[in-house]
Design a binder for this molecule. Structure first.
Ligand code: MG
Ligand code: MG
Length: 258
């Protein structure tokens, strides 16, 4: 069941989103060669708790950390580890969620470690562009298929793969609510998008084939062919007649898109 939020409820989610934005911006600045993924996780937890929020990922389905740290061919759900020390040329996806005053926020981005290859930088930039293409289509009257189509069309036009096994999702009181928000689709198909829906749109894009493997406990989702992967996510709110508000990107203003 899809939970429609009123403006007071969206205001609560906006506060959670703003805090998560600060957390991820701080973490992004701390990514550098020599730091371990466990260091980043510890910092994430500290920042979340300092904001009087609770880390949503910690103990979620047994996940042992507050931050997912997914390096290179790991698409999502990488587990932080003090033995995993970042090196120049790596890329790392940071996915974080928090609960503030009963409302969830969920956001992710992929960050270069030092100087990275042109190819890796293009993958990161395209994954972000895929998010914005999908999110721009996330408006009342369109369907979830329109979001997925927009993401898929852009990614595949560059020869990239779109991970099929995982998706975006509704979000609110719970981190994962209905509906699933796939990153592939057919225009006009799927649920109709309505004002008051709050969803996380999160393309997971690979430089090669889209097939993935994961550990038995669901952690470390990796590309099956070992190619690099990137991830970009925001929590957004749908209003009537306009592009969505990015709750985890305060102050973002939509530019005209083709
Ligand atoms: Mg996430
Ligand atoms: Mg999510």
């Amino acid at each position: 069941m899809i939970f429609i939020k009123n403006s007071d409820q969206i205001a609560g989610m906006r506060k959670a989103g703003a805090l998560l934005y600060e957390v991820l911006q701080t973490l992004k600045e701390e990514v550098r060669p020599g730091i371990s993924t466990q260091d980043l996780n510890a910092r994430a937890e500290e920042l979340i708790r300092r904001g009087n929020a609770t880390p949503s990922f910690l103990n979620y389905n047994g996940f042992p950390a507050s931050l997912c740290t997914s390096v290179n061919d790991v698409v999502v759900h990488g587990v932080p580890d003090e033995q995993c020390v970042l090196k120049e040329g790596d890329i790392i996806s940071l996915d974080c969620g928090l609960l503030l005053d009963g409302w969830q926020a969920d956001s992710a981005l992929t960050v270069p470690v030092g100087k990275i290859s042109r190819e890796a930088a293009d993958l990161i930039a395209t994954t972000e562009a895929c998010f914005f293409a999908g999110a721009f289509a996330a408006r009342a009257g369109n369907t979830l298929g329109d979001i997925g189509y927009a993401v898929q069309k852009l990614a595949e036009s560059k020869g990239y793969g779109v991970v099929r096994d995982l998706s975006g999702h509704g979000i609110g009181r719970d981190m994962h609510e209905d509906p699933y928000v796939y990153n592939f689709g057919i225009p006009g198909m799927g649920f109709r998008i309505r004002p008051g829906m709050t969803i996380a749109v999160e393309p997971m894009i690979t430089m090669g084939d889209w097939h993935v493997d994961e550990e038995e406990d669901g952690t470390f989702v990796r590309t099956a062919d070992g190619s690099l992967a990137a991830h970009y996510e925001h929590t957004l709110a749908i209003f009537d007649g306009k592009a969505p508000e990015l709750l985890t990107y305060p102050g973002y203003v939509w530019k005209e898109m083709a």
